[in-house]
Design a protein around this ligand. Structure first.
Ligand code: NAD
Length: 374
């Protein structure tokens, strides 16, 4: 007789009850995760152990009747990781994204997270991943503020006012206790306004709907850019004031003099090195491959010798575990380029799972009474 295996299934409502929306806790959990990243106590996919994930993309002109065609933000993605420390768990976030989904009453991307015992490999939990992913994404800028923002930051500038930006503001506001004004630019001013109403209700701060990116960010101390790729975000060096911190969660470009004069951090430089390797291996011109990547502009500057080699650019994990300093003066301009890591999903989903278990939430599912072939 073999071993019975069961695991916990958590739907979105149960995840909410378990506290998945609690950004203050998530920023602390991700800070802990960044410390493990800085020490090297993690493994992500691929031969370099630092891959963001594996993308399943579709061809422009499919040759088969049912095969989907490529489209904006159309993909499936598998993101796998092991995280050490008290987590000591392996997991995967698996999602699909289709821009038509909102017209069907669905979010653009639909995400699930699976956690597995690292020793027996049995499933531990399967859960709704949309809020795990959104809140962990927004908590990375929260950790960014902790190490890289001026402590007296008063104005937050936001480029894009979608759901991910909402999570980013939640993360930012955890440690930014002196914020008085939020300045918002979105291509859709109605979206910006309803975001502002929500922010005012949540944090009791004033908001301004701005007419341009420049208007939103030029007097801001903390800037968060989280847009989809509807229109490129082009930022000029002189729009970023002394002492500012700009954090990218979605794609955006700043002109070259900014990057060569700011202090630049990645979420994980080793993952960005893996992106650069992927681009070098891809068919077609390197520049075209870089253009599809969030950090592509920075990679080009590295290749051109205008920025230090990628392994000389610090990561947020180095700040979290104290091997590299974060902000050192009130004047320096800092940029944090992030692109999301499966260790973030594993950290936050595991923390939520533990609380769900404590609270008796979820449905226990049986994988087998005894494995049929063992
Ligand atoms: N780094 C990560 O870990 C991570 C994780 C999840 C999502 N993301 C990225 O975050 C971004 C935002 O996600 P979302 O789900 O909120 O997207 P969304 O499409 O729901 O919302 C994006 C908002 O940005 C606005 N926008 C688009 N281009 C703009 C521009 N040039 N200037 C101003 N506003 C603009 C849109 O009008 C929209 O309101 C996406 O690029 C997504 O890929 C990153």
């Amino acid at each position: 007789m073999g071993k019975r295996t069961e695991f916990l299934f958590l739907n979105e409502e149960e995840m909410i009850e378990a506290g998945v929306l609690d950004s203050a806790r998530c920023v602390d959990v991700l800070d802990e995760m960044f410390q493990l990243l800085g020490k090297g106590d993690y493994i992500m996919g691929g031969p370099n152990h630092n891959e963001h994930g594996i993308k399943l993309g579709f061809p422009k002109d499919p040759q088969f009747p049912n095969m989907p065609a490529d489209g904006p933000d159309r993909r499936f993605m598998a993101m796998v990781a092991y995280l050490g420390g008290r987590f000591n768990i392996a997991g995967e976030k698996w999602y699909g994204s289709n821009i038509i989904n909102p017209s069907r009453g669905l979010p653009r991307s639909v995400l699930m997270v699976m956690l597995n015992d690292v020793d027996t490999c049995e499933p531990v939990a399967l859960m709704s991943g949309n809020l795990v992913s959104a809140v962990r994404t927004g908590s990375v800028p929260g950790v960014g503020v902790r190490y890289l923002a001026r402590k007296d930051s008063k104005i937050v500038g936001l480029i894009g006012a979608g759901p991910i930006q909402k999570a980013c503001l939640q993360g930012i506001m955890v440690d930014a206790k002196q914020v008085e004004e939020i300045r918002i630019f979105d291509l859709n001013s109605e979206t910006a306004k309803s975001f502002g109403d929500w922010a005012k209700e949540q944090y009791g701060v004033n908001y301004v709907v701005c007419e341009s990116i420049e208007d939103a960010i030029s007097i801001a101390d903390i800037i968060s850019s989280a847009t989809s790729r509807l229109r490129p975000v082009n930022i000029q060096n002189e729009w970023l004031k002394k002492g500012s911190l700009i954090m990218f969660t979605g794609a955006g470009l700043i002109d070259e003099p900014y990057y060569t004069s700011c202090k630049l951090y990645f979420d994980n430089a080793k993952m960005h090195a893996a992106y650069m390797d992927d681009a070098r291996r891809s068919a077609g011109p390197l520049e075209a491959a870089y253009q599809g990547m969030m950090g592509g502009q920075i990679y080009s500057l590295i290749d051109a010798g205008k920025l230090p080699a990628i392994d000389k650019i610090p990561s947020l994990g180095d700040c979290a575990c104290g091997t590299i300093k974060g902000r050192e003066s009130d004047d320096e301009r800092i940029c944090l380029m992030t692109s999301g890591m499966p260790i973030e999903d594993v950290a936050w989903s595991y923390d939520c799972y533990l609380r769900a278990k404590e609270m008796g939430l979820g449905t226990t599912l049986k994988l087998w009474e005894s494995p049929h072939w063992s």
